[in-house]
Design a protein around this ligand. Sequence first.
Ligand code: HEM
Length: 321
Amino acid sequence: MNSLFFELVYNVVMVMVAGKRGSVMTNIFGPTKMLDICDYIPLLRWAGFKGMEIDMENLQKIRDGFLQLLINEGRKQIGDSSSVEGKKTFVQALLSMQQAEPEYYTDEILKGLILPMFTAGTHTTALTMEWAMSLLLNHPNELGKVKEEIDSIVAPGKLLDDSDIQKLPYLRCVINETLRLYPVGPLLVPHLSSKDCSVGGFDIPAGTTLLVNAWAIQRDPKLWEEPEAFKPERFKGFERGYDGLKFLPFGIGRRACPGSGMAMRLMGLALGTFIQCFEWKREGHNLVDLDEFTGITLSKVKPLEALYRPRSSLTSLLSQL
Ligand code: HEM
C-alpha cells in the first residue's frame, strides 16, 4: 500500500504545483530523502557521516533541475489560460508574484517554496495513511464505524467529496489517533535556540539544537489513559489544540507544519474514499505487523499489504470511473 499511497499524494502535489500528473520520483523525493541524520546530530556532519553531505549536495542538484523545469514550463504557459479547473497552479501563482516583485521572487526563492511541497508533504502524508489503514485492519469494529458514518452522509451511488469531510467526525478521530500513536515526525524537526532560554527548568544556551520527542509525549501514561491502545473516541469533540502540549504531530507555534490543513483534508478524502468504495481485509488471520522502523521518520518495518475488492453497492459507479 505504501507505494500506492505515495503515488497518490505525489500526484495530488504535482497537480497543485504544475497542473499535471507525473512519474513518481522516488529517487529524489522518496522516503529516505527527507531529512539527514546530521540535522539531528550535527557532530556526525563534522565527521562526514557516510558521505551524507556530498550525497545531499548531489541530490539537491537533481532536485534543482527538476524544479527549474517546472518553473520554465509554467513560464511558457503564462498568457495561455492553462490552469487546473480555472484556478492557477502553485507555479503560476508564484510566477505572478515574481512579475510583481522580481527582485525578491527570484527563481531560487520560487524553488525554495516549491521544494517542501514534495519533500515535507508527500512521504509524511502517505506514511500516515499507511499507519491508519494498518490500524483499521487490526480493528474491524472501528473500520465498520467509519464505513457506517460515510454511508450515512453520502447518498447512494455518489462518491465522497471534499465537502463531505467535515461531516465525518469519526474518520477525523481515527486520523488523529493514528497521528498520536504514530507521528511520522517523531522528533519533529530540529530547532535551534536563537538566544539563552529556559525550558522546563533547564537552562539552554543560545545555539543549542533542541529536539522534541513527540512520540514519547503522545504515549506518556501521565498524559493519556491507556496510551498504547487504539481508541479514536478519545478525540471526540477535539477541534484544534489539545489542553496543554500533549498532542503535537504537526509541531506547535511559529514553525509548526504549514501543510497540516492540506494533509488532514487529503488523508480524510483518500482514506474515506478507499473505505467507501472497497471491502478491506488482512492477508490471512494474523494481525498486521505494527513494528516501527526507528529512524528520523516513523515508518513500518513491514510495509502494509492488504486485500481489497469493490463493495457490491459501488461496482457500477466504480466501473464508470
Ligand atoms: C501527515 C502529514 C504531515 C505531518 C505529520 C507533518 C509533520 C510536520 C512536522 C512535525 C513538522 C515540524 C514542526 C516543528 O518542528 O515544530 C513539519 C514541518 C513542515 N511541514 Fe509538515 N507534515 C505533514 C504534511 C505536510 C504537507 C502536506 C506539507 C506541504 C504541502 C508540509 C509542509 C511542511 C513544511 C514546509 C514544514 C516546515 C515548516 C517550518 O520550518 O517553518 N507538511 N511537518
